[in-house]
Design a protein around this ligand. Structure first.
Ligand code: FES
Length: 207
């Protein structure tokens, strides 16, 4: 594994609250393709050189179709459903909507903190057992929010910062709005499911 390429990290390992780059730091070509296919309503204008070479692909798109829906399971990169013991408090991982006809991967940040840590703009009705989920696509220019400093989610392209305990509110850098939150709950079988789609537009634009 190259030490310079965070995209090569093990996609399955939850990541800890130190300075790091989490799994899937780079949206690979196939991920972008799947994102766009997801939409049937996502359109890409360009894939441009990223400010930090090798870290991110930057793209712009317009979201018009649902990614998640009611009772859609959240799954890891191998398609395994996420049970409540998957993350310890303070950890995070990248999840996706369980594949179904007409839907592709859509990277989503799943975080877990003590319930008492949440406040501010967090929609608590969208959280369950300390878990909260947000779009992983930066609202500034569409990079993946792949880094973290302590509890702060960081987009490496222009150092946008988001507070996952405050509804992913912007705490630094140029992003114009928070990462949209995904409503989640527990299925009777004990795994995490969505109860709807993201509460706002995914990615850049969508003001
Ligand atoms: S794309 Fe610019 S801060 Fe994320």
């Amino acid at each position: 594994m190259s030490e310079d390429c965070p995209c090569e990290r093990d996609a399955e390992e939850p990541v800890r609250p130190s300075i790091y780059t989490d799994e899937r730091a780079e949206i690979e070509r196939r991920d972008v393709a799947k994102l766009l296919a997801t939409a049937g309503g996502l359109t890409a204008l360009a894939s441009l050189a990223a400010p930090l070479a090798g870290l991110q692909q930057v793209f712009q798109r317009t979201y018009t179709g649902p990614i998640y829906g009611e009772e859609i399971p959240l799954v890891d990169a191998d398609g395994n459903r996420i049970t409540t013991d998957r993350l310890a408090e303070g950890e995070q991982m990248t999840v996706f909507p369980e594949p179904r006809p007409g839907i592709g991967d859509a990277p989503t940040l799943l975080v877990r903190f003590p319930e008492t840590d949440y406040g501010g703009e967090t929609n608590m009705a969208y959280t369950v057992e300390g878990y909260a989920a947000y779009s992983k696509i930066c609202t500034h220019a569409g990079c993946t929010v792949s880094d973290r400093e302590d509890e702060t989610l960081v987009c490496p392209c222009h150092y946008g910062k988001f507070d996952p305990t405050d509804g992913a509110a912007v705490t630094g850098g140029p992003p114009p709005r928070p990462l949209p939150q995904l409503p989640i709950t527990l299925a009777s079988e004990g795994h995490l499911i969505a109860t709807g789609d993201f509460e706002g537009p995914v990615g850049a634009g969508g003001e």
